[in-house]
Design a protein around this ligand. Sequence first.
Ligand SMILES: Cc1cc2nc3c(=O)[nH]c(=O)nc-3n(C[C@H](O)[C@H](O)[C@H](O)COP(=O)(O)O)c2cc1C
Length: 200
Amino acid sequence: MKSKVIMIVCGIIISISIVGAIVIVNTKKFNVPKEEKKIDMGNALVIYYSATNNTRRTAREIADILDGDLFEIEPVSSYTEEDLDYTKEDSRVSKEHNDESLRKIELKKTEIKNFSNYDVVFLGYPIWWGEAAFPVSSFVSVFDFQDKKVIPFATSASSDIGESANNLAGFAKGGNWQEGKRFPSSAKDDEIKNWLNSLK
Ligand SMILES: Cc1cc2nc3c(=O)[nH]c(=O)nc-3n(C[C@H](O)[C@H](O)[C@H](O)COP(=O)(O)O)c2cc1C
């Protein structure tokens, strides 16, 4: 009886040790230490607009890598799936696209707390008909970027960033605008990180 108990206890100890070893090995394999992911570009702010989450994912990854802050550009009246249907002539985006006077989108917030504390500002947007989505041009035309370094990035299905960033810079209030970068709708983390490394 006594030896049976000893055998059971030994069995439990061996099982726990094996499970523990597997957990340690896997943790080492998959958990890249946080510091390895970080890039230092000073105090960074990522301003972005996203209608269907693609630019949001890229913006979050940039903020995560730079340990920066996020600011979302939000229209008072957000775009529904129907609104975004550019294949329909009478959808909201089509109407705004066809009539420039409709493109001044009312935004929830156009002020950013402690903006002067940032060293570098990223501005992310989806490409709409080859240009920055309308809420972004609306934001840029009223927000004072002061003397900040502004780095645009865009996501799109296939179009390049084209003149979209230059056009934003053209009517922006302030800012030292840098060359922009286009990412695919599902940008890979590695691609984002390589780009950020190239900016250092
Ligand atoms: C109104 C509208 C216009 C678009 N125009 C283009 C375009 O000209 N070129 C392109 O490659 N993708 C275009 N797209 C696709 C978006 O740029 C792409 O899906 C982007 O990643 C969406 O970003 P978001 O999810 O952050 O809104 C368009 C999408 C919408 C809704």
